[in-house]
Design a protein around this ligand. Sequence first.
Ligand code: NIG
Ligand code: FE
Length: 392
Amino acid sequence: LVTCAPVLGEGPLGVIERGALAAYGGRITWVGPEADLRDAVEPAPGATEIDAGGRAVLPGLVECHTHLVFAGDRSAEFAARLAGQPYEAGGVRTTVAATRAASDDELRAFAMERLDRFASFGVTTVEAKSGYGLSPEHELRLLRVAASLRHPVEVVRTFMGAHVVPPEHDEQAYAEMLVEMMPTIGNLAEFCDVWIDRGAFGVGSARDILRAAHQAGLGLKVHAEQLEHSGGAVLAASFGAVSADHLEHATEQDADALAAANTVGVLLPGASMMTASPFAPARMLIERGVRVALSTDFNPGTSYSENLQLVIALACSQLHMSVPEAILGVTRHAAAALSREGIVGSLEPRAHANLVILEGISELDLAYHYGVNLVNRTISGGTRFDPPSRCE
Ligand code: NIG
Ligand code: FE
C-alpha cells in the first residue's frame, strides 16, 4: 500500500507492505497492516471487500494542470513543428476560434471523453483551466461548462482569461477588462492562472490581474518561465501563489523565491518533449527546496495526452527525478498544487477513498514499464470506476 503519507509507512512514499485500508461514505477511515485490520475495523453491514491480490495500491492520481475544455484540432501546427517551426504562444488563437464556434453541448462532450480517458489512466482529480474563450462572455461559458461536468473524476476549476491577449484588444485594455471581470467569477473558479511569457502577458499586467484575483478570493497560479525567462516565478512567489508551472527557464534565484513562499513547482515534461524545448531543471529546484509536482499540461498545442503515467516515466528519465519523487509529483504534491493536500493524493484517514490498483507488484513499474496503462482498477470516492467502452 503506497500511501504517499510518509508518516504512515516506510520511506518517502509511506509504503506499508501487506497493507489494508477501510473506507466509509467515500472517505478513508483506517490505514494499516492487513494483520491489524480485523481488530481495528468493524465492517458496516453490506460492506464491499476488495482483495488487490498482492498488487500495488496507490492514491488516485492527481492531474493538477490541464486546459480541459476546448474544441478544434492543432495537428497541422504539430506537423509544422516537426518540419522545424518553433512553438509560439500565438497558436492558442486557433483553438480560441474553434472553441468560440462550438456549442456548450459539444464542449461538454469533448471534456467528458477526456475525463474518461484520464480516469482510465488512474486519475481521479483533474484541474481544468478556462483560457480558450478570451472574452468575459466566452471565459465564463467555459467555466460553466466545466462546472456542469457530471463525472466520477473531480474537476477543479481555474480561470485563465489571461492565457494570451485576444486579437481584438491590446494587452493593457484586455488586462483591465480581466481586472473588472474578477468579482463576477464567484464560485465558478477556485484559482486564477496567468501566462507570463513572450507572446502572452508581461509582469506588469500580470501583477494587476493577480492582485484583482487575490482580492476576489481566488487562489493564484502562474504559467512561468516556459518560453523564456520573464520573471513569472518571482512574481508568483511574491503573491504566495499556490503553484508556479512550467519553469523550463527557472534560475536558482527563482527556486529560492518559490521555496521560501512554499509555492509548488509544477513541471510538464510532456510539453518540453512535444515542442522540442528544454526540460525544466527539476534537480536544481528540488535541491533548493521547491516541492515539485508533475502534470501532463493536457492541451491541444503543446501536450495532447491524458496519460499521466507516462509523465512519471518522463520525469524519471528526462528530469532525473527518483521514482518516489515522481510519484509524489502526481499524488501528494499535485494535491498541494490544488490546495488539497491530505484530502486527495494520499491514502490516510479522512482523505477521499480514491485509489488505483496497479497491474504490478510495485510502484516502480510506473516508471519502468512505461508508455502502457498499468491500471487494474480505479476507485473514486469509494466507488469502482469502469471507463465506458467507446467502440460500440
Ligand atoms: O501550458 N503555456 C500556455 N498554455 C499551454 C499551451 C496552450 C496552447 O498552445 O494552446 C501550455 O503549454
Ligand atoms: Fe498549461
